[in-house]
Design a protein around this ligand. Structure first.
Ligand SMILES: Cc1ncc(COP(=O)(O)O)c(C=O)c1O
Length: 384
């Protein structure tokens, strides 16, 4: 990386654009090049210019890691091949016999990872409503896993309150910040120890890359995460790092529009005769509204709704929209619609994390707000 720019104290947008380290020293390229090299020349045995082998580190990844860490207010950042790979690395901070408390209504894949793969490795996992955290922590509790807003019910968890209880019992607090992004909230500043992301979503922002991230200010956690990143090797390739970083540069602009469009969609859905309930933290009767006002800069680009016609209506709505594409994932420029019970959260069926069948989740994209509202209106009107 090139010209050193002191970004301390500069604005979020400036840090997003310049946080990767500035123009390339060798060529002056303003974007960090995609370094397609699996290995790096050493000047003498053991003496190199910062990189030896690309699983351990490569300049494209280092630039991305510096960039996202800066946005999260973290001293250390680690990029992974997917959000779940990042989560897996964080869960490997635990040892057999440790107790993990997971938020109910966290992403289905997180629940599956914890309750199948890590439970088999000897981790005791409880999925609970975190408002009852005090009642489930015990001496073996080593980690509390928070997702806020939650996927797909969009509950808001008070990060500072959870951190106070967890820390009193000596447990680490991990926050999945995928839905909010660091533009909306920075969990480390609210008391969390580790932040994780699926960079596949808003950070990448264009539905063209799968990636993950973990960030922390805790040197001991960072040392272990670095070891797992290299030792288990679930690292992103340089082109994937480039794509995520390109997304990061426009994060603030995109989030402003995602959030504004979501407010327009919420307004369009409220009171609709086919809609039983709209779930969005902006709504004054949302149970997490006051915490959201304190903890979030804006209310986010995800909206969920429950339909009066039950699961049948929810499934039908998903195949009736024209602009909203029926697909899993979220956080891209295009609006997506999905049925969590049958799609993203199918693995939670029959568990305490099962989601209601009448629920539809919307990822609000960057199209013209009026077009999105009209699309949903048309699809709802046509329901049998
Ligand atoms: C909140 C949340 N966390 C983590 C993940 C997992 O990320 P990935 O699909 O990049 O592995 C997802 C994926 O949908 C998610 O929505």
């Amino acid at each position: 990386m090139g010209r050193e720019l002191d970004l301390a104290g500069l604005g979020f947008e400036t840090r997003s654009v310049h946080g990767g380290g500035g123009p390339d020293v060798a060529t002056g390229a303003v974007n960090t090049p995609v370094y397609l090299s699996s290995t790096f020349e050493q000047d003498r045995v053991g003496e190199h210019r910062g990189f030896e082998y690309a699983r351990s580190g490569n300049p494209s990844r280092a630039s991305l890691e510096a960039n996202i860490a800066l946005l999260e207010g973290a001293d250390f950042g680690f990029a992974f091949a997917s959000g779940l790979a990042a989560e897996d690395a964080v869960l490997r901070l635990l040892s057999p016999g440790d107790h993990l408390v997971l938020q109910t209504d966290s992403y289905g894949g997180t629940y599956r990872l914890a309750t199948t793969i890590h439970r088999r490795a000897g981790i005791d996992v409880d999925a609970v409503d975190l408002s009852g955290l005090e009642d489930v922590v015990r001496p073996e509790t080593r980690m509390v896993w928070v997702e806020t807003p939650t996927n797909p019910l969009l509950q808001v968890i008070d990060i500072a309150a959870v951190a106070t209880i967890a820390h009193r019992h000596g447990a680490l607090v991990v926050v999945d910040n995928t839905f909010a992004t660091p533009w909306i909230q920075q969990p480390l500043g609210l008391g969390a120890d580790i932040v994780v992301h699926s960079t596949t979503k808003y950070l990448g922002g264009h539905s063209d890359v799968v990636g993950g991230f973990a960030a922390t200010n805790d040197a001991a956690c960072a040392e272990r995460l670095a070891f797992v990143q290299n030792g288990a090797g679930a690292v992103p390739g340089p082109f994937d790092c480039y794509l995520v970083q390109r997304g990061v540069k426009t994060l603030a602009l995109r989030m402003e529009r995602h959030c504004a469009n979501a407010l327009a969609v919420v307004e369009g859905l409220l009171g609709h005769p086919r809609v039983a309930q709209v779930l969005h933290p902006s709504l004054p009767d949302h149970p997490g509204h006051d915490v959201a006002l304190r903890q979030m800069r804006a209310f986010g680009g995800m909206v969920s709704l429950r339909l009066r016609g039950g699961e049948r209506a929810a499934l039908e709505l998903c195949s009736r929209t024209r602009i909203f594409t029926l697909a899993e994932s979220l956080g891209g420029v295009e609006s997506l619609i999905e049925h969590p019970g049958r799609m993203t959260h199918a693995s939670t069926a029959g568990t305490s994390n099962e989601v209601p069948g009448d629920l539809v989740r919307l990822s609000i994209g960057l199209e013209t707000a009026d077009d999105l509202v009209a699309d949903l209106d048309g699809a709802l009107a046509g329901l049998r």
